[in-house]
Design a protein around this ligand. Structure first.
Ligand code: AMP
Length: 389
């Protein structure tokens, strides 16, 4: 990818696609990892004498303005992190009003645009919107790793219209994840959790030949347990993935680990009654909502001595405190591996778990991209990365 050194930005207005799609509760930011992760690029551009126009999406508005998805609540946190005022431009990013506002920026000044997905053409990569967005900068920097897998107007679209380069975050992410697919040090252990097999099956298939152990957790484990003939009660599973699960279990028998015990609940509820049961003997009307103690012990043991570790997806319904134990234990186990292990955590839920457990600084790389990191690990070329090459 072309890097920031290849761009002349002094006295120029630089349009930067950042990823401020942060978890929000109302207008309160729940995790600011993605905001702080953008600072190195912004600071370098400012030091070089640029003015900055920051562009991002937030959530999934339906192609029109929706106050619920406004980026305005980001301004305060960003401004504090950057140590300078940030102007918020609330008009539609492609509008003439926005153009006039950014034209008034002086070198060293920073403006944040409103949610670019308020523009109906964003996700369609509409050429008319691309032209309007390209007017906003003399150069374009893509630093939104979390959106690099999208061929959207604000990602690959504008890149084709302006001199461009990859930001520091995008570069760091691509380098970090590359080590997981090209020549990883062994033993190599991957932990994949989350709700569905179908969401992560391509990553699993791409990584299985490369890893020494794949620890499966979360809701997706029950499809595998059922495929092996286990009784999974009411647990979440996908019948249309059973054949695939069977094939993987026989092809990679020595590599795949499944939960042996689970915390079963009598309802999908934060206050449900619970009991620890064997993962293949879950009673009717009960469902597995977290890894059991024996499983946590076995997975923690499997991680010891690993030289490369990748973790994506919670081991249970960690949103409910009663079922967060497995996920938190894995966060601690990964963090405790120490500097002799190259460890990467990716995906929104696992990242917030590692942040909450206070272990984030102990892992080698915390990825800011959920879908983007998975697509890279599937071996796919990301449109944003291709656009920067
Ligand atoms: P993903 O986005 O695929 O990583 O999935 C994350 C979601 O999986 C979280 O919202 C979890 O609550 C959910 N999840 C994890 N384990 C289970 C389970 N055993 N049953 C139902 N949902 C689960």
């Amino acid at each position: 990818m072309q890097n920031l050194d290849s761009l002349n930005v002094s006295g120029k207005r630089v349009l930067v696609r950042v990823d401020y799609n942060v978890p929000m509760s109302g207008s309160v930011i729940q995790d600011d990892t993605r905001i702080t992760a953008s600072l190195p690029t912004l600071n370098i551009l400012l030091e070089k004498g640029a003015s900055l126009v920051l562009m991002s999406h937030l959530g999934r508005p339906k192609g029109g303005p929706d106050p619920k998805y406004s980026l305005k609540p980001i301004v305060d946190t960003l401004s504090k992190a950057l140590g300078k005022p940030v102007q918020f431009i609330g008009s539609l990013p492609g509008s003439d009003e926005t153009l006039a506002a950014v034209q008034a920026l002086k070198p060293g000044e920073v403006a944040l645009l409103e949610n670019v997905r308020f523009e109906a053409g964003e996700e369609k990569n509409d050429p008319a919107l691309v032209d309007k967005l390209a007017r906003l900068g003399d150069a374009f920097v893509l630093d939104a790793f979390g959106s690099a897998h999208r061929a959207h107007a604000s990602v690959s679209g504008v890149a084709a219209k302006l001199p461009h380069a990859a930001g520091m975050l995008l570069q760091t992410e691509v380098d970090a994840l590359d080590k997981l697919i090209n020549n990883p040090a062994h033993p190599y252990v991957v932990i994949i959790g989350g709700a569905k097999v179908s969401d992560k099956i391509k990553v699993i298939e791409n990584l299985l030949p490369k890893v020494d152990k794949l620890l499966i957790g979360g809701g997706m484990a029950y499809t595998f347990i059922k495929a092996r003939g286990g009784m999974i009660g009411d647990s979440i599973h996908e019948d249309d993935q059973l054949d695939l699960a069977k094939r993987l279990l026989s092809e990679y028998a020595g590599k795949i680990m499944l939960p042996t015990d689970v915390i079963a609940a009598d309802a999908f509820d934060k206050d449900a009654n619970t009991k620890v049961v064997q993962s293949n003997e879950i009673p009717d009307d009960w469902q597995g909502l977290d890894a059991g103690p024996e499983t946590v012990k076995a997975y923690t043991a499997a991680l010891q001595g690993a030289k490369t570790v990748f973790w994506n997806g919670p081991l249970g319904v960690f949103e409910f405190e009663k079922f967060a134990g497995g996920t938190n234990a894995i966060a601690k186990a990964v963090g405790d591996l120490g500097s002799g292990t190259y460890s990467v955590v990716g995906g929104g839920d696992s990242v917030s778990a590692i942040n909450k457990s206070g272990q984030a600084s102990k892992v080698s790389h915390v990825s800011t991209g959920g879908g983007a990191s998975l697509e890279l690990l599937e071996g796919q070329a990301l449109p944003g990365v291709v656009a920067m090459q």
